[in-house]
Design a protein around this ligand. Structure first.
Ligand SMILES: Cc1cc2nc3c(=O)[nH]c(=O)nc-3n(C[C@H](O)[C@H](O)[C@H](O)COP(=O)(O)OP(=O)(O)OC[C@H]3O[C@@H](n4cnc5c(N)ncnc54)[C@H](O)[C@@H]3O)c2cc1C
Length: 404
């Protein structure tokens, strides 16, 4: 929180002028600065104040209090399918796999928090089968659709009550919206877009994510705040093996929210065209890079994708050129994918691209340059021209199909 030292404050209003959020003002009555709830602790006023009148006081948990926090908790994000039924997102199962791995060192409880409307929540036994020890069920009509206000309020209250030591969210559109809101409410740290987790000797969560354009991997710990919160990229961790004999505890959490708490209203729900091209869920991706030469030539990539029942994706180079769109970009600033088969056509294999597809089961790369970095990670590498190899392959494939 922001603290005003009233003895030092002379009411000069500099803080008021520099605050980008209009969250601080000088009270005309006592000529002292006052802070509003909209303060984000960005620190602009602290740096601007010439009289040492403003300080940020960050909440830290004492050694004693740290002991009170235990367990790994995961937000069990739900999404609507085409029939508008709620389903558990894949990233929840991926995080359960990772939590089980970390728990070999921690040996604590793994729980999943599910929010949704009464009677419409999908069967939750599956969460036990994939590693949850307990599920917190938060049911309320107002939780039918995701809302920042509603979900933040409920999960914040749950965290305060249950005191998990670790809290994971999928780095999905909603996860990226929700996690920072909760972090701000409970004054906890948050590491976004993690690609790896570990537990160190002090039993702290080590959160790893790419930094400086993917050139280094930063390992981040949160020693003074709890829970240790992180979002993790979908498709980055393996879904664990299902064990249908596992059982767990269902805990119903009483939800207290009012209609006025939720400032957003859903007026209409539509499935956009972009949503139908979900490269994150595809089993086969045929990915085009700058080696494709021009936009017209993407026809060849689409043709190959269609023939082998795959979906076209691309490197960022093509998105930057305006030849493809961002929803199909693979990589650090695009999507993380883990198909069974990834075919890289004319992609050099820059680190920022590789971080987005390194967990593909099989990678086939075609590139004219034998020194291209993509060959270092490819399972099968073909040094050659895509415009010779792909038409040849399609010809043979069709001939084989005719024979059968
Ligand atoms: C902060 C940051 C974030 C980034 N995020 C991403 C990201 O999310 N995704 C991403 O992809 N990139 C990302 N990049 C860009 C990345 O660094 C590379 O520039 C990009 O991946 C290169 O794309 P490319 O492989 O298609 O093109 P190039 O590097 O130009 O490679 C083209 C390749 O095609 C080969 N080739 C040429 N002609 C043929 C042919 N006829 N047949 C076969 N092979 C041929 C060439 O030998 C070459 O290897 C990011 C960069 C930064 C700085």
């Amino acid at each position: 929180m922001l603290e005003i030292n009233e003895e030092n404050c002379i009411g000069c209003t500099i803080c008021e002028k520099v605050c980008p959020f209009g969250a601080i003002f000088v009270d005309p009555e006592d000529k002292k600065a006052k802070v509003l709830d909209t303060c984000t602790l960005c620190g602009a006023c602290v740096n601007a104040c010439r009289y040492d009148a403003i300080t940020i006081k960050r909440k830290t948990v004492s050694e004693e209090d740290l002991e009170k926090y235990s367990g790994i908790m995961i937000w069990g994000e739900l999404e609507k399918d085409e029939l508008k039924n709620l389903q558990i997102k894949n990233v929840v199962f991926e995080l359960l796999g990772k939590a089980q791995e970390l728990n070999k060192t921690l040996n604590e409880t793994i729980s999943v928090v599910i929010l949704g409307p009464p009677g419409k929540i999908p069967p939750i036994d599956i969460l036990y089968h994939y590693g949850a020890d307990e599920v917190f069920l938060c049911e309320h009509e107002l939780l039918e659709n995701y809302s920042t206000d509603g979900f933040t309020t409920v999960i914040t209250t749950l965290i305060i009550n249950e005191k998990p030591s670790i809290f994971f969210y999928g780095a999905t559109v909603n996860g990226r919206d929700l996690a920072p809101r909760i972090a701000a409410r409970i004054a906890a740290g948050l590491t976004a877009d993690c690609t790896a987790f570990d537990i160190n000797k002090e039993k702290q969560l080590v959160q790893t994510r790419p930094a400086f354009g993917g050139n280094i991997m930063a390992s981040i710990i949160s020693p003074f705040t709890r829970p240790q919160m992180a979002t993790a990229r979908p498709n980055n961790f393996q879904i664990p093996i299902k064990d249908t004999s596992r059982k767990g505890d269902l805990k119903k959490f009483e939800v207290k929210i009012e209609k006025q708490t939720i400032r957003t209203k859903i007026i209409e729900e539509t499935i956009s065209k972009v949503d139908t091209i979900n490269i994150e869920e595809a089993d086969i991706l045929v990915s085009a890079g700058k080696g494709i030469g021009n936009k017209e030539n993407l026809k060849l990539v689409k043709e190959l994708a269609r023939e082998i029942k795959g979906i076209m994706s691309s490197s960022r180079a093509l998105v930057d050129l305006g030849w493809t769109s961002h929803p199909i970009q693979v990589g650090q600033s695009g999507k993380t994918v883990s198909p069974k088969l990834y075919i890289a056509l004319g992609i050099s294999g820059a680190i920022q691209h590789l971080v987005g597809m390194k967990s593909s089961d099989i990678l086939i790369a075609i590139n004219t340059d034998p020194e291209a970095p993509i060959f270092k990670v490819a399972d099968f590498g073909i040094v050659g021209d895509i415009f010779e190899i792909i038409p040849q392959f399609l010809k043979q494939l069709r001939a084989e199909r005719r024979k059968n």
